[in-house]
Design a protein around this ligand. Structure first.
Ligand code: FRU
Length: 491
């Protein structure tokens, strides 16, 4: 028997459930010194099925303790995605002595006597730090017979208007509702009719403020919207965002004429949303996504468990010539799993002179390339079978390319082998990359988090070397740092 958390392909520094199927992260909230992570969970199989909310807690968002299932399907249906908040002022009336947690989620069943899906919003609350939950007797609290895809409520407290705000995925729009008590909701507005990508059904919205260029006094609102898989597009399910203003009622997209803004250019970051109630002194906006894609999620080559989350990432905005853009980087707490780094400087690359270094199977690679004459340069993360994931910069087309076509097992889905491309301008004459190599994923952050590319990979052997190269000319590696990472399951 294989040891738990040591199974083939088991992520070593990303959260995955002990066993069975997981999809979207849900109800992330910080309360009483704990980060909570709930998630879409099917405890009876390794494919999607009747949804429960699984539950894990952490002190640092890196080391997780899995707890018993928080929410089970009940007379109103299965428990789809949603959010959780701290009801600090007992607006609900659920709490007498101390503030507690309220989960706002979608109940999914069928209209009685039919096969027609019905999705309605409901509440549950906990007085013991999320260990046990009571479903509200007045459930569901919000429904609309005219809208079939009506789900994934994300709720936050809007200080200026003294109200709770809910963003809800409604077909191919996001509908905004407000409330004073989480139990009664009022329609506020609809966003998205002619905005962004409509390649698939809209799911899992989020709405929050982010500082611009690190200035806490200077903020804009950002809306995240995941879009579901549509066989017509090779990317499968993915996540877009909008930047603009929100007055408590209406979200205005500042750049409605713009091309679609993608949160991640990799195939495997979906349905992500942000943590609620991060303390003001901390001030971060922290995001986590489901590291998979509906195109093939049910077929991934794992046996005991299926799916992991991305690394938790801090989000902010940066101003670029093209407008405001999201920047993301793994939370600083990742430091707790870093081992002793090795650094190298000024490595000259040319066509016939690739340079290799041994790496540990779990590694962070930080590298700064200087272009010189090369048309293309980059690195491959490899194993002893010469399987490789290649991360390169095409200086002619100004594209960051993450190629996993030769990374390992591709056989389980025709859509899996992929060359993922992201538009990326050079930062002066250089490109910097921060890359996290886990047992079955590679996360790339380019130019200090301006571009993220998250990919699953299923190599037949563990990674053991990195190979740096240039093509059609020379490039200089100004700096290369290799940091071995520790498994979160070993302590
Ligand atoms: C997104 C999603 C949500 C839904 C949940 C069901 O991945 O389709 O819209 O609530 O998964 O598990």
């Amino acid at each position: 028997m294989t040891v738990q958390y040591k199974e083939n392909h088991r992520p070593q520094f990303h959260f995955s459930p002990k066993e069975k199927w997981m999809n979207d992260p849900n109800g992330m909230v910080f309360f009483n010194e704990e980060y909570h992570l709930f998630y879409q969970y099917h405890p009876h199989g390794t494919t999607w099925g009747p949804m429960h909310w699984g539950h894990a807690v952490s002190k640092d968002m890196i080391h997780w303790e899995e707890l018993p299932i928080a929410l089970y399907p009940d007379e109103h249906g299965a428990i789809f995605s949603g959010s959780a908040v701290v009801d600090w002022n007992n607006t609900t009336g659920f709490f007498e002595d101390a503030p507690g947690l309220v989960a706002i989620f979608t109940h999914a069943d069928n209209y009685p006597g039919t096969e027609l899906p019905r999705q309605r919003q409901s509440l549950a609350y906990s007085k013991d730090d999320g260990r046990t939950w009571v479903t509200y007797e007045g459930n569901p609290v919000l429904s609309d017979v005219d809208i079939t895809d009506y789900r994934d409520p994300k709720v936050f407290w809007h200080e200026e208007t003294n109200k709770w705000v809910m963003v809800l995925a409604t077909g191919q729009t996001v509908t905004i509702y407000t409330s004073t008590n989480l139990r009664e909701w009022e329609f506020a507005s609809v966003f998205g009719m002619n905005e962004g990508s409509h390649d698939g059904v809209w799911e899992c919205p989020d709405l929050f403020q982010l500082p611009i260029d690190g200035e806490q006094e200077n903020k804009k609102w950002v809306m995240l919207v995941s879009i579901g898989d549509n066989p017509k597009f090779k990317e499968g399910s993915r996540t877009q965002y909008f930047v603009g203003d929100f007055d408590g009622t209406t979200f205005l997209n500042e750049h409605s004429e713009e091309a679609v803004l993608w949160l991640d250019y990799g195939r495997d970051n979906y349905a992500g949303v942000s943590w609620s109630d991060i303390p003001r002194e901390d001030g971060r906006r922290i995001y986590i996504g489901w590291m998979s894609n509906w195109r093939y999620a049910n077929q991934l080559p794992t046996e005991e468990w299926r799916s992991a989350m991305t690394l938790p990432r801090e989000l902010s905005l940066t101003s670029t010539a093209a407008g405001l853009r999201i920047v993301q980087s793994p939370v600083a707490e990742i430091n707790s799993i870093r081992g002793e780094a090795e650094s190298f400087k000024d490595l000259a690359l040319d066509e016939n002179k690739p340079i290799s270094y041994k790496i540990s199977e779990l590694t962070e690679i930080e590298v700064e390339f200087e272009k010189e004459t090369a048309e293309l340069f980059g690195l491959s993360v490899m194993n002893s079978k010469e399987e490789k994931t290649t991360i390169s910069y095409d200086a002619v087309k100004e594209l960051l390319i993450v190629d996993r076509t030769a990374a390992g097992d591709n056989s389980f889905s025709e859509s899996f082998a992929a060359i993922q491309e992201a538009p990326l301008n050079m930062d002066g004459e250089t490109i910097n990359l921060q890359i996290f190599v886990d047992a079955s994923s590679i996360e790339v952050f380019a130019n200090s988090g301006r571009i993220a590319v998250t990919s699953l990979v299923f190599p037949h052997e563990k990674a053991n070397k990195v190979n740096l190269f240039s093509k059609e000319g020379t490039a200089n590696v100004r700096q290369l740092t290799l940091t071995p990472l520790k498994s979160i399951w070993s302590m």
